[in-house]
Design a binder for this molecule. Sequence first.
Ligand code: GUN
Length: 280
Amino acid sequence: MIIDGKKTAEKLREDLKKKIIDLKSTFNSVPGLTVILVGDDPASKIYVKNKEKFSKEVGMNSEVIRYPKNVEESVILDKIMELNKDKKISGILVQLPLPKHISKKKVIETILPAKDVDGFHPVNVGNLSSGYDSSIPCTPLGCFLLLKKVEKNLSGKHAVIIGRSNLNGKPMAQLLLKENCTVTITHSKTKDLKEECLKADIIVAAVGKPKLVKGDWVKKNAIVIDVGINKTESGIVGDVDFDEVSKVARAITPVPGGVGPMTIACLLNNTVECFKRANS
Ligand code: GUN
């Protein structure tokens, strides 16, 4: 089975569109997302454009604030504090990576946790790891929703996550723990990655190494979620060798068309959730 992230994301956006119509009739206002983009990183520019496009498409208010790459850190922090106070703004996202002279930590910690649609603020990270209600980082949330489409009951499954980033690996582990999975987080210092993967009922690969996971690394009937987006001479490929692994796995996400489209849909979902919490 090939897990269709594009279709699943479309369905999620359709559902959000309906929810936003309902919210508008109840509260006479709609969720608002503000994205801050610093500099002109080509990949970030594409991501931000898509975030703007899809948030408008589902009926939200959407604004992108752009700054040149030499903008002072204090300008960004002041803008975030202004947005924190603005009742029309439900969610704030500062696109990463940021130029070196701007502290990612300070930026993330300045965003009000209730408006942190990325789920990166330490309060949200803590809430997720404690099992409380919080914004959940968009990429792992997207992976999780795709996984649940294949397998409703994840209890007792052995999940192996490749990569320990704050963006994906660590929050993914928390989501799977909450579902009673046994979770192994692997990383660049893991002794025998192939051996770890062979124990997995679920593999989530998020390391940025093209076609790292091979067919003989995967147990028959495992579910494989590929977060990788790697530019190679032969085009965009994931962290999983799709041709090999798709012959062994029970279900697999393609690249492109797997996790990627889910990430923005989950961002829109998080913005709606922030709006609902703010109005409840
Ligand atoms: N850059 C790449 N992915 C992300 C993301 O999920 N959130 C933010 N803020 N920046 C990113």
